[in-house]
Design a protein around this ligand. Structure first.
Ligand code: FES
Ligand SMILES: [Fe+2]
Length: 458
């Protein structure tokens, strides 16, 4: 099958890597990814700008899907908790005495005050700032002022309203639908792919949350395509094979998708046969004890050499999870779009979580989280060089700021510069809907799933 003809269609299957390339990305079981037929989608401006569409999404989708909200190792001890906002809601996740994590709406059952404005901490109880009703970490109401003055003692029949909560790969998910299915069922083929990294203990080393003037879907659309890489992130040509013909794309019936892009290599598409050995690739070779000068004239062989070096030296350096990883997982970017609002890029020793959270009322605004979790072997530096991601350190705090106030790192700064400009365009009378390519099919799939939630098909 000719690739370009295939990619021009409205559908996309997993068989879209450059033919005859033995070093092309390998992946987990292809059969796990259904690669369903995807309809064309016009991506009308209204869905990015109208309060009515924002509300429809909230009612039919956000409150009925599993949402990645927390991190297990942010809540180690009983009573340690993490609080996250999503749209108009605030959810408390808290470690229990039995080691499980439970989640509750951050709402006092007396007259509705928010219980806590902290984002994380450790406590024996949550005490409402209004009249000091006190809730144990299991959500039970233990103290109410003047209980005899109520028709019935509130402690006997009121408790925090609980939200379904489950964990996987070190992350904590919640679901506001009391009749929801299981998290594993929802994640589908992501489970096997993510399990191999054994990343549940990876520590947060960067946590940036930015208030961005664009709809949350504009960002997720951007993370659903690699068409923008050569133009928006030209520096990636030094570390990735950034042409779509060399990448692999898959979609799942659950609404998730993935892209696998060769890393630790200069872009053959850009440089041709005369590519130099880029500094970033040379640094990775040296980091793993390979003499980079040997690859000065054969840079396209560096990726395989690096895989071999990581495979043999990894375990003795503490990277025991390499035994679970395929060779391509050692060097290549494995990028996942988790429906509805996350994009996770796995490298051998870390995962970049990019998460978009809707504004409570404004369709033209969202919160953008750019958080990186890394393997931190004792006695060794955090391995950040492979990902192009800024690393602030294990104890670095959570920074929350407005778009443009501070730099986030070159790649997210490049993405946000584009997406905030795109928001201005999609709300214009001059925007007549999108005209998308085959390699952008994952965007159409993402929007098709949203539509299916709103129309009641899901
Ligand atoms: S609203 Fe919480 S104690 Fe009154
Ligand atoms: Fe990007």
């Amino acid at each position: 099958m000719r690739i370009r003809e295939h990619m021009q269609g409205a559908t996309m299957t997993s068989d879209n890597t450059r033919q005859g390339d033995p070093a092309g990305p390998k992946t987990g079981p292809a059969e796990a990814w259904a690669n369903p037929k995807v309809n064309r989608h016009s991506l009308d401006g209204d869905r990015y700008t109208s309060p009515e569409f924002l509300q429809a999404e909230w009612d039919a989708m956000w409150t009925r899907t599993w949402l990645l909200l927390g991190r297990e190792n942010a809540m180690i001890e009983p009573g340690s908790y993490q609080v996250e906002e999503v749209g108009p809601e605030s959810i408390i996740m808290v470690r229990q005495d039995d080691g499980s994590i439970r989640a509750f709406y951050n709402v006092c059952q007396h007259r509705g005050s928010r219980l806590t404005f902290a984002t994380e901490g450790t406590t024996d109880a949550f005490v409402c700032p209004y009249h000091a009703w006190t809730y144990a970490i299991d959500g039970s109401l233990t103290v109410a002022q003047d209980p005899e003055d109520f028709p019935q003692n509130p402690c006997d029949h009121l408790r925090l309203v609980e939200v379904a909560c489950d964990t996987f790969a070190g992350f904590v998910w919640v679901n506001m639908d009391p009749d929801c299915g299981s998290l594993r069922e929802y994640l589908g083929p992501l489970c096997d792919d993510w399990d191999a990294y054994q990343g549940h203990d990876w520590q947060r080393v960067t946590a940036l949350t930015v208030r961005v003037p664009c709809n949350w879907k504009v960002l997720q659309d951007n993370f659903c395509e690699s068409y923008h890489l050569p133009t928006v992130h030209p520096q990636l040509r030094d570390s990735h094979e950034d042409n779509y013909l060399d990448s692999r794309f898959d979609m799942s019936n659950e609404g998730h998708s993935r892209m696998v892009m060769k890393g630790a290599t200069p872009s053959h598409t850009f440089y041709g046969d005369e590519a130099p050995l880029p500094d970033v690739v040379a640094q990775r070779l040296e980091m793993w004890g390979v003499d980079a000068s040997e690859f000065a004239t054969r840079p396209f062989e560096a990726r395989i050499a690096l895989q071999g070096a990581m495979r043999s030296a990894g375990p003795e350096r503490g990277h025991r999870h390499y035994d679970n990883l395929r060779d391509d997982q050692l060097t290549d970017a494995h990028h996942y779009n988790l429906f509805p609002n996350c994009s996770l890029t796995f490298g051998a020793d870390g995962v970049l979580l990019q998460r978009m959270r809707p504004h409570a009322t404004d369709p033209n605004a969202c919160l953008f989280d750019h958080w990186y979790y890394a393997f931190t072997p004792a006695g060794h530096d955090i391995v950040g060089a492979q990902t192009n991601v800024r690393v602030d350190g294990v104890d670095a705090g959570h920074q929350i700021f407005d778009f443009g106030e501070r730099p986030m790192g070159i790649i997210p700064d490049q993405d946000l510069a584009i997406t905030t400009g795109q928001q201005l365009g999609v709300r214009s009378r001059g925007y007549r809907g999108a005209y998308i390519s085959g390699q952008e099919t994952r965007i159409a799939w993402f929007h098709q799933i949203i539509d299916e939630y709103i129309s009641g098909k899901r």
